[in-house]
Every structure is written in structure tokens, then in C-alpha cells.
Ligand binder design. Structure first.
Ligand code: ZN
Length: 85
């Protein structure tokens, strides 16, 4: 999936992207916070309320070395539905 095209540049750009094939809009604040909504008014109110309710995505920080081993819980055999004779 390609990143949305960004036509404008600046420090205080609000963006709203329509997610094709859905009724969902994704708003992105200049602070990096994102929210999805189906109502554009709701999204604009949230965007313009910056910084209320805005929390930028967490900084991934330095990469952590992979754990040496991942232990998965034992998987149960698939249950079979009783089939009436
Ligand atoms: Zn913001």
C-alpha cells in the first residue's frame, strides 16, 4: 500500500484522507496524531481541538534485539462440529 500523497508542506497541516472502498475518513494532525471517523465534522472538530485528545503515535525508540526464542502456547486440535446422521 502506498502512502497517501501529500501535496502541502508546513508545520500546521491538517489532513483528512478518505479510505477508498469504505465510508471511513482518517484525519492526521500536524502533531502526528491520527484518528479515523465516518463523520467529517467529527474529524474536523477533533483536528481543530488540538492538542486536546491528541496523542502522537508512540516513538518506536531504539530497535530491540529479537528474543532468542518465542514460546507459543500449545494449540488445541480443531474442534469438530457434531454432524447429525
Ligand atoms: Zn494535534
Amino acid at each position: 500500500m502506498t502512502a497517501p500523497t501529500s501535496m502541502l508542506t508546513g508545520d500546521r497541516i491538517y489532513r483528512i484522507h478518505w479510505l477508498p472502498g469504505t465510508d471511513t475518513l482518517r484525519g492526521r494532525c500536524h502533531c502526528g496524531a491520527e484518528r479515523t471517523a465516518e463523520e467529517p465534522v467529527e474529524l474536523w472538530e477533533w483536528l481543530l481541538a488540538h492538542p486536546d485528545g491528541h496523542r502522537p503515535p508512540p516513538d518506536p525508540g531504539p530497535p530491540t534485539p529479537p528474543t532468542s526464542r518465542t514460546v507459543l502456547p500449545p494449540t488445541a486440535p480443531p474442534s469438530r462440529a457434531a454432524v447429525p446422521a
